[in-house]
Ligand binder design. Structure first.
Ligand SMILES: CC(C)(COP(=O)(O)OP(=O)(O)OC[C@H]1O[C@@H](n2cnc3c(N)ncnc32)[C@H](O)[C@@H]1OP(=O)(O)O)[C@@H](O)C(=O)NCCC(=O)NCCS
Length: 471
């Protein structure tokens, strides 16, 4: 039953909605600004808007990036992602996201130097990384390291140094440099800890991405080790493509934490955690595991059948915003060839290409507007470059710190900022007395099943099996 009638008035100079509550006949006129209406206006009717998954809710004003999902457009600070991928570098893009404009030559030199200065991390973090199990997932390590970094800088923690501390641009700038600067170092350390290799200190003579590969792979060659320039450039482009994507799950998490005025490291740690999920940044890892599981082109029809029956998900396909090609996925495809020319072709590429071909011509995917997203091919590139599957989401997180921090700064200086606090539609018990609830022992239901031991689980993955995934 329609209880609230809504009429949009497009009369010139009168951008409003007329909303009538059909229960009472009461009407209000709601202002339309930038294609949005204030949700709080509905308080007049004692109503709130219901939006699980935020399918139609705008919760902030932002200038960092723009996406038109229908047209497949992504721009950072107004600049199309295709042009950045072709002409820019990741450090330049991180400057653009941080300060809003492309740097001059001198500004970029200073930015790159500052990032490299901050690539040297506190020895306590090295000690912390060494405490993890040999097979700890690197994202779990990164989440912990980010939170731990916050403990090293109490003088810029709002809980300790005062709630207004982040109003100081200098304080924010320092935090941005510390996090972006050290992201590569701690990530490489996580990898080397897993591999049982000694940590490599940053080489200030190298560029940001080049130094990351150096810290990952340097062996007996010492400081003379130079990563392959084609691979450096490919990874640098991937870093640019992954740097920012407006209010996705992890960026929203960053803003959510920031809204409590917690220290930026705890917020970045939470954002990294959100990224880890296979519906989000963990999809690149999930795509590779899916391709390995399918194994060969002849198994694809059966896999697609399972997807259509809802038994599987085609990982690396679909997007909340893009209902057209993800522009980043198109660029990633072009990088594949350059990387494979150096590394040799990744055998799973054939499976991926055939999977894409079949999915793009299948009614199920066409009807739902499911296209390959950025994660569909990136995992194959990472694999060809020699990264273990578990590291893929870390490779996503390293550049995404720039985007998260741009949003953190934007939130911090937003005059409209408020603590994030959504409401719920409570459908649980009404008030009931403790004694009455205690005596009315439920028959069946979760509590009974629990008491019967129905929820008990044995560990079915041995540690050695988990270690094997880390190749
Ligand atoms: C990204 C994602 C979470 C978006 O979710 P969403 O916006 O909530 O979209 P929905 O889950 O409502 O999907 C709409 C429909 O498409 C289907 N669908 C979405 N993604 C699918 C996929 N990857 N494989 C198979 N079906 C998919 C859903 O089952 C749903 O079908 P229905 O209408 O019959 O119920 C989802 O597409 C997904 O899980 N993709 C795979 C993970 C991935 O690659 N993530 C990386 C994103 S960059």
């Amino acid at each position: 039953m329609h209880r609230v009638a809504v009429v949009a008035n497009h009369v010139a100079g009168k951008d409003t909605l007329t909303v009538t509550d059909n229960r009472s006949g009461k009407s209000i006129e709601v202002k339309i600004k930038d294609s949005t209406i204030p949700a709080t206006d509905f308080k007049t009717f004692g109503l709130k808007t219901y939006d699980p998954g935020y399918m139609g809710t705008i919760c902030c004003t932002s200038k960092v990036s723009f996406i038109d999902g229908g047209k497949g457009i992504l721009r950072y600070r107004g600049i199309p992602i295709e042009q950045l991928a072709e002409k820019s570098t990741y450090p330049e893009v991180s400057f653009l996201l941080t300060y809003g404009e492309l740097p001059t030559k001198d500004q970029l030199v200073r930015w790159e130097k500052d990032l490299m200065r901050h690539a040297v991390v506190n020895a306590d973090l090295e000690a912390l990384i060494k405490t993890f199990r040999y097979n700890a997932h690197p994202v779990g390590m990164l989440v912990s390291i980010m939170a731990a970094m916050g403990t090293l800088y109490p003088e810029s923690n709002p809980a300790l140094a005062g709630q207004g501390i982040y109003k100081d641009r200098g304080v924010r700038n320092k935090e941005v440099l510390r996090i972006i600067g050290s992201a590569t170092t701690v990530s490489a350390m996580c990898y080397r800890h897993r591999m049982g290799l000694p940590f490599i200190q940053p080489n200030p003579d190298l560029g940001y991405t080049e130094n990351f590969l150096y810290m990952m792979d340097c062996g007996h060659e010492g400081p003379s080790y130079k990563p392959n320039p084609v691979l450096v450039q490919a990874l640098d482009i991937l870093f640019m493509l992954h740097a920012e994507h407006e209010l996705n799950c992890s960026t929203s998490a960053m803003r959510h934490l920031a809204s409590s005025n917690v220290d930026v490291y705890t917020a970045a740690s939470a954002a990294t955690g959100a990224l880890y999920g296979p519906r989000h940044g963990g999809a690149n890892e999930a795509v590779l595991r899916m391709l390995v599981k399918i194994g060969s082109v002849d198994k694809i029809p059966e896999f697609i059948k399972n997807v259509k029956e809802g038994k599987e998900k085609l990982m690396g396909f679909g997007h909340r915003v893009y209902k057209n090609f993800d522009p980043r996925a198109k660029i990633v495809r072009t990088i594949c060839d350059k990387v494979f020319a150096v590394t040799g072709k990744e055998p799973l590429l054939d499976v991926a290409m055939e999977l894409e071909k079949i999915a793009l011509s299948d009614e199920y995917f066409i009807k739902r507007k499911l296209y390959p997203n950025v994660d569909f091919y990136s995992g194959l590139i990472y694999k060809a470059m020699g990264f273990p599957t578990d590291m893929f989401t870390v490779l996503f997180a390293i550049p995404r710190f720039s985007g998260w921090l741009a949003h953190w700064q934007e939130w911090t200086t937003d005059p409209e900022n408020r603590i994030y606090r959504p409401f719920q539609n409570y459908q649980g018990y009404g008030e009931r007395a403790y004694d009455a609830a205690k005596s009315a022992t439920p028959v069946g239901g979760d509590a009974t099943a629990y008491a019967r031991g129905s929820f008990e689980r044995r560990r079915d993955v041995s540690l050695s099996d988990m270690g094997k995934t880390y190749k």
